[in-house]
Design a protein around this ligand. Sequence first.
Ligand code: PLP
Length: 389
Amino acid sequence: MTVGDGRPERIPINAPSIGPDELAAVQRVLGSGWIGTGPECDRFERELADHLGGVEVVCTSSCTAAIEIAVDHLGLPPGSRVGVPAWTHPATALPAALSGATVVLLDVDPDTLQLSTESLAGAIDEGLDLLIPVHFAGRPLDRAILDRARSAGIPIVEDAAHAFGASDADGPVAGRGSVAAAFSFHATKNLTTGEGGALATTDPELAAFARTHRHHGLDEDAWSRQRSGRWSAGDILQPGRKANLPDTLAAIGRVQLRSFADRQEHRRNLVTRYRGHLSTLEGASFVPATPGPGDADHLAVVVLDPGVDRDRVVEHLESAGISTGLHYTPLHHLTWFREHAVVGPSGLAACDDLARRALTLPLHARLREADVDDVCQQLAAAVGPSGGR
Ligand SMILES: Cc1ncc(COP(=O)(O)O)c(C=O)c1O
């Protein structure tokens, strides 16, 4: 349903771009006689590897599974300490928590919402065995973070859930200079398969491990057996996970990859428009304030000025038919992490402040520039004197 000038009655915070090509691709696979993980997933992996350039790609059932596989491969000894930013989805930290490691929560830079260098430096001094930083909102990680961890000999697994399409001076974010990058193709992501993910790495041994590990650790997956015509149930040399991406979903990803550049360009235009409106607004700031050349523009996050009542802003936008969200509730505000994780030496003051002031606005490839104008107009009314204060 639309109102007035074609604006949808409700502007969702997120919406997948699924069209006839995705539908046709799924139908083709459904009718092909093989709907598990097989040739379509192989093709998707090759196309992703071409897109990312010079890395191996192994598709998984999620970004979480890709992080788990990388953590499993590292084989952290008991008592290991794993640093993660507290401003993230729990999935960044849970694979380490489930491996028995101690999760060390680190603060973020309020200007980018990325892991702060000071917080990392203090944690390195106290000892870290692994770092899992997040390319928050698709802004590629600050090189200083990666260099600092690398020079201290700490392995890095990049949580690139938001960062498919992001690039830095070395090219597309893809696990170069780290153990691996883990992408998410979840329903809300810039490239979606509904649920899904991928591990990108320059380490052939990790890639081979991931291919086996995502199929329980079986030395031969079902598609290889079918293709070779061999009758065998396979052998397990090491216990693995069930974390494969079926061909039905890989088919969606292949179509999404072909149209990816156009959607990214549209996202960039929307984010530029948000920044333009909000640069002169008192009461809320777009974060990061300035664009980065390699941004994947995954989220539109604003930080409200101190004194603005966020609940009232959310209510105002809601009554105007505009959905909002929060990325994120910091991990130490969640019960398990509060009780079991440790806080890095620099504390979590920025995360605590952001927990009261951050707000996510709609951003997706089906949003129109006029919708952004409308969201910003309503936000201005909400944070103004008669609005959210
Ligand atoms: C930063 C971050 N890491 C990891 C994940 C988990 O992704 P997935 O659902 O593909 O496991 C998400 C999900 O949104 C996320 O935002």
